[in-house]
Ligand binder design. Structure first.
Ligand SMILES: Nc1ncnc2c1ncn2[C@@H]1O[C@H](COP(=O)(O)OP(=O)(O)OP(=O)(O)O)[C@@H](O)[C@H]1O
Length: 373
């Protein structure tokens, strides 16, 4: 059974990125039918219909191979936080490492900004990893004998940026991640969270188009972890930088993700916004995964509202369609009556005590929720 670490009351205001909105955005990474197979004659597996459909265990028994990534297709849109989530061994790290060919894909198409990543030569790949899609690892990879500011400047040094310029830039990044005053310390004199901030500042200093995070905060204690998640969300809001973020922690995925790809045995079992994953799980596996999530903190009134009846469209408090159920509960409780869901001056639906309770109690009435907007 899937276990998750989504704790009650752990999830603050959910993201409001609507799928339709992100679909219209520019595509940074485009991944189609990507496979990564480990084992003997790995390249034969994707095209062999007699084995490609086997489950993980059968494939291992019959061929000695592991399909860490199995026929995966998705786009990462410019400016989104794209989370890759799944239990240990589901293929998250392999998938994200394939994006910059730190692991060579076995087959499939892979483009960044329309460029074929699989066709890139060594020089282009180096450029890709250094400047275009920088990775922030769980183990920060800091240089122990260098100061904080010199660690942050390191990526710029590799790029051949002059000393004066890199000091200025590194200083700015140290401030940005909240480490001002600690510039001269060495990594050993910092807490785990502070070290992770140095790693983050180092990745930001090279100003990459995309930041790739591989379980960056899993070694941190919960409070510092929470701080770092907020830091990522803040940086993202301020800069709109595209981020791909691996985690096995559902609460973390819901907190930082605009969209989440949920992986199982190398496949993406569902790709959607936090609200879609929690509100419309694709199968029993996903349903089980999200079972303990406090729905009122992720779902919005879009899902709870019912059609407007005569005389209701101009009464009661007005809520935007992105209002979280938890906030709507407060509004309805305070007003004592139903609230209107209003977008652009138009009343889309009504939320009353009954529809809000239905969401919390996981009762799906077809007449409630998903009123055509
Ligand atoms: N070099 C390798 N050789 C053989 N099998 C591998 C190799 N690397 C990964 N695997 C297998 O591929 C599958 C996916 O591994 P991967 O590390 O991508 O999962 P993950 O979801 O990132 O796991 P975790 O959360 O534990 O890091 C696992 O079954 C793993 O054992």
């Amino acid at each position: 059974m899937a276990t998750t670490s989504a704790g009650a009351s752990e999830i603050p205001n959910a993201r409001k990125a609507a799928e339709t909105e992100s679909d219209a955005r520019e595509i940074v990474f485009s991944v189609r039918n990507l496979w990564k197979v480990f084992g003997p004659k790995a390249d034969k597996i994707p095209g062999d219909s007699s084995v490609a459909g086997l489950n993980a265990q059968e494939l291992r028994e019959q061929t000695g191979c592991t399909a860490a990534v199995r026929d995966v297709s998705f786009d990462v849109h410019k400016g989104e936080v794209f989370v890759v989530m799944g239990l240990s061994g589901s293929g998250k790290s392999t998938l994200v490492r394939c994006l910059t060919r730190l692991i060579e894909p076995t087959s499939g198409n892979l483009e960044m900004d329309g460029e074929d990543v699989r066709a890139m030569d060594r020089g282009a790949l180096r450029e890709l990893r250094r400047r275009r899609a920088a990775m922030v690892f769980q183990h920060f990879g800091l240089l122990p004998h260098r100061s904080v500011v010199d660690n942050v400047a390191y990526g710029l040094e590799i790029q051949g940026v002059g000393k004066a310029e890199r000091r200025v830039k590194a200083g700015e990044m140290v401030d940005k991640v909240g480490l001002a005053g600690l510039e001269k310390r060495r990594p050993g004199q910092l807490s785990g969270g502070q070290q992770q901030r140095v790693g983050l500042a180092r990745a930001l200093a090279v100003d990459p188009e995309v930041l790739l995070f591989d379980e960056p905060f899993s070694a941190l204690d919960p409070l510092i972890r929470r701080d770092m998640q907020e830091e990522v969300v803040r940086l993202h809001r301020e800069e709109g930088r595209t981020m791909v973020f691996i985690t096995h922690d559902l609460a973390e995925a819901l907190r930082v993700g605009d969209r989440i790809a949920l992986m199982r045995d190398g496949e993406i079992v569902q790709l959607g916004t936090p609200e879609e994953i929690v509100g419309s799980p694709a199968d029993d596996y996903v349903r089980d995964f999200v079972r303990d999530v406090p729905r009122e903190q992720v779902l919005t009134v879009r899902r709870a509202m019912r059609p407007v009846e005569d005389g209701e469209s101009d009464q009661g408090p007005a809520l935007s369609p992105d209002t979280l159920i938890s906030d709507a509960i407060e509004a309805v409780a305070r007003s004592g009556g139903a609230a209107r869901v209003v977008d652009d001056g138009r009343c889309l639906g009504i939320v009353d005590h009954a529809c809000l309770l239905n969401v919390v109690a996981r009762i799906d009435h077809p007449q409630h929720g998903e009123v055509a907007a």
